[in-house]
Design a protein around this ligand. Structure first.
Ligand code: SAH
Ligand code: SF4
Ligand code: F3S
Length: 466
């Protein structure tokens, strides 16, 4: 009898345990926070089908690579990993043990069937819009089929995915991600996301509130709302009116147990008045905002199709800082976009100086197949990109250290998250996402305590109870 058939006559929860011991799944996650969240939801969906999650690839009967397509390096990493898995799968076959290999995430969506051609080890390819079908796809793959599911589904996958399990949420800790919005309609000329994640879709208020309540009941204190364009989120509120992200944050701040809220990643064009007002009014909304600008040159911003100028961005930051003076900024930058001259790059250095970031991510432009940027003239020499990246990175590191140093002597709130690396220490998180190291007697995991910063480490802060 084929495994497919057995799954039909056995209850779903034991379908994967047909050979005695429960089956195990190992998911390796690449890319952004949305992939981290998706991997958790895939684990939940597979658990309902009898697959226990494992952190050890050697124990796994099912290995999934949840992939990222944003830059060439990220996508190529997947193929080298698949090469290793091919070897492992061959060794397993000799020992008579099954290993199903799957590719999910943005490379799966972008390359689909091509992955089967390039990597013989792969049994299944599932794009981000169809994760609710994963258990079924795995069953088909175990029956010997090669399965590719990358069609954009008309169904709402979130309606079909099981709710996060409270026991799992509790294991994952006191902070959690919650995807509220997916996809992007902005089509920046460098970016693959509109192609890999499809057009913008917002989850409903009811779904989001129910999930946040469930997280809170499992002990979560800090929720980060996720979306490729999170501040483009909109939906019909409980009052029948159209809500934006700002209004949603007011609603989520009412949930007992949720003490901290964050959201990422936002686009400057979608920072509306209500969202800025939420930063002014809500103590739960952390004073830390990731607001990528990519470049400081108007010419390059135009070529990138960002649809705002450097001055628009700086004006926006001024409005946000007026509403919430202690807000710290974070951002993303691309150096070496096609046509970027020395003067354009200097404009980027200038916007960084003018903004003064608490942290920021810098990337060398990577031409992506199918995006307009890849076909533009004036590709920048790799050596020039390297030199620009180094200068920009040095400036940002300097700002990051200056920000951390400015906290020494101050009393700040810290959410205690986990035991420290050294005995007797415990690690918390500052409002600005820095790890804060304190004596373990300072409080329990999940407590939010006030601590006084005594000194800074490379990427962390040291503190004593205030
Ligand atoms: N939605 C977010 C960003 C998502 S991608 C936004 O609009 O800002 C995360 C970051 O990767 C981007 O902000 C950009 O800085 C970087 N990135 C995207 N495509 C890239 C490419 N082709 N080359 C280099 N960096 C890229
Ligand atoms: Fe990519 Fe631009 Fe959309 Fe962000 S807004 S996901 S950078 S296309
Ligand atoms: Fe990468 Fe897809 Fe996220 S391309 S950055 S995993 S949305």
């Amino acid at each position: 009898m084929e495994l497919d058939d057995i799954s039909e006559i056995m209850p779903a929860a034991s379908a994967a345990a047909v050979n005695g011991a429960a089956k195990k799944v190992f998911i390796k996650t690449y890319g952004c926070q949305m992939n981290v969240y998706d991997s958790q939801r895939m684990n939940d969906a597979l658990a309902a089908d009898g697959y226990a999650a494992t952190e050890t690839i050697d124990d796994a009967d099912l290995v999934l690579l949840n992939t990222c397509h944003i830059r060439e390096k990220a996508a190529e990493k997947v193929y080298s990993e698949l090469g290793r898995l091919r070897q492992m799968k061959a060794e397993r076959a000799e020992a008579g043990r099954e290993m199903i290999v799957g590719v999910t995430g943005c490379v799966a969506q972008a390359e689909g069937r091509e992955i089967l051609r390039r990597a013989a080890a792969v049994d299944l390819v599932v794009g981000p819009q169809t994760y609710h079908r994963l258990p079924d796809v795995v069953r088909r793959a175990r029956g010997g089929q090669k399965v590719v599911e990358t069609e954009y589904s008309l169904e709402d996958k979130f309606e079909h995915l099981p709710q996060p399990r409270k026991s799992e949420v509790a294991k994952r800790g006191v902070t959690a991600f919650l995807t509220v919005q997916e996809g992007c309609d902005k089509f920046c000329t460098f970016c693959v996301v509109p192609y890999t994640r499809g057009s913008e879709v917002s989850r409903s208020v009811a779904q989001i509130v129910a999930e946040a309540e469930r997280l809170a009941e499992a002990g979560v204190r800090e929720v980060t709302l996720l979306g490729q364009n999170v501040n483009a989120w909109h939906g019909e509120g409980s009052d029948g009116k159209e809500w934006g992200l700002g209004r949603l944050l007011y609603r989520l701040a009412e949930i007992p147990g949720i003490a901290r809220l964050r959201y990422t990643t936002s686009h400057p064009r979608d920072m509306d008045d209500e969202l800025i007002a939420a930063h002014r009014d809500l103590r739960a909304l952390m004073p830390y905002l990731h607001l990528p600008v990519q470049s400081g040159s108007d010419r390059i911003l135009k070529a990138m199709n960002r649809r705002h100028t450097a001055a628009d961005y700086l004006k926006l930051i001024e409005r946000i800082r007026t509403a919430r003076p202690d807000i710290a900024m974070s951002g993303d930058f691309i150096v070496g976009f096609p046509g970027e001259t020395d003067a354009d790059f200097e404009a980027t250095m200038e916007i960084v100086r003018a903004t003064n970031y608490a942290s920021a991510y810098t990337f060398k432009y990577s031409p992506r197949p199918g995006t307009p940027g890849a076909d533009m003239d004036g590709h920048v020499d790799e050596k020039v990109k390297d030199a620009r990246l180094q200068r920009l990175q040095a400036l940002i590191t300097q700002q990051q250290h200056a920000f951390a140093d400015s906290l020494v002597g101050q009393t700040i709130s810290t959410l205690i998250e986990k035991p420290g690396r050294e005995p007797g220490q415990i690690v918390g998180r500052s409002p600005w996402l820095q790890p804060v190291i304190v004596d373990e007697k300072a409080g329990e995991i999940g407590d939010i305590i006030n601590v006084r910063i005594t000194k800074t480490g490379t990427n962390s802060l040291f503190a004593e109870t205030a």
